[in-house]
Design a protein around this ligand. Structure first.
Ligand code: DGL
Length: 271
């Protein structure tokens, strides 16, 4: 048994979609969630810069004595997963491998769409993983730079739907039967994607698959907490704690109590 918490991070609230599935699967575990709102969005930044952010946050979470780290951000996973796994003593789980596997299993036409940030598309990790699993699958990747800022803002809903329709169009034209929502923010507006793509397209989301991977990793390494207990959660942000609390409540009906503010200097000092 291991009483230490699991660390989870994202550029903002998107990783809460992964945390939610972890809470459903592992209600007895403690979690520390960090949203790097001060530097959101990660998507348009050079991958090397995102790698630097992930390095700081990984070191900071490890100093909080976590037993496993979930990189609940596709852009940070694209930019930094192997590096984090090399640097840190604790196991590190990303969000891309579980989605690539699920998409390859789901597609019948072997034409798969990917909607993700510019950084994730440029990183090419989905392409490599999909081709490793089935070299006959064609992946059509569309960067969606407007979506994360729209989701994290109070933008009118119509504006968000219009952007989704625009990004979906080339995938519909290409006749894909499976679409990877390759950013942890996108499930927060899942109904919009479902309406835009209709019933014939399978949407692949990372949260459930990632939660399963976290659960299996804890079990196999025998570092689970006592299953009879109820877990506790800590929320940290480099941005505005009140805005974070409000977004968590709005999107996930997740009662986020106290949110602690962490400065970028604190993150830098941990690295
Ligand atoms: N949730 C992050 C991801 O999965 C959003 C990236 C961003 O901040 O642009 O890629």
């Amino acid at each position: 048994m291991d009483v230490r918490a699991v660390g989870v991070f994202d550029s903002g609230v998107g990783g809460l979609t992964v945390l939610h599935e972890c809470l459903v699967t592992l209600p007895h575990e403690d979690f520390v969630y960090l949203g790097d709102h001060a530097r959101l969005p990660y998507g348009p930044r050079p991958l090397a810069e995102v790698r630097g952010f992930a390095h700081e946050i990984g070191a900071f979470l490890e100093a909080q004595d976590v037993k496993l780290i979930v990189v609940a951000c596709n852009t940070a996973t694209s930019a930094a997963l192997p590096q984090l796994q090399e640097e840190l003593a604790v196991p590190v789980v990303g969000v891309i491998t579980p989605e690539a596997r699920a998409a390859v299993q789901a597609t019948r036409t072997r034409r798969v769409g990917l909607l993700a940030t510019q950084g994730t598309v440029d990183g090419g990790r989905y392409h490599d993983l999909v081709r490793t699993l089935d070299a006959g699958v064609e992946l059509i990747a569309i960067p969606c730079p407007r979506l994360v800022p729209l989701i994290e803002s109070d933008a009118p809903y119509e504006e968000t739907e219009e952007a989704v329709r625009e990004y979906a169009e080339p995938l519909k034209e290409a006749g894909v039967d499976t679409v990877i929502l390759g950013c942890t923010h996108y499930p927060l507006i899942r109904p919009v994607f479902q309406r835009v793509f209709g019933r014939d397209v399978t949407l692949v989301l990372s949260a459930e698959e990632t939660a399963r991977e976290v659960s299996d990793t804890l079990a196999r390494k025998r570092i689970e907490n006592d299953t009879a207990r109820t877990g506790e959660y800590r929320f940290l942000t480099t941005g505005d704690p009140a805005a974070f609390r409000e977004m968590g409540r709005r999107f996930l009906q997740l009662p986020i109590g106290e949110v602690e503010h962490v400065t970028l200097a604190q993150l830098g000092a941990a690295a």
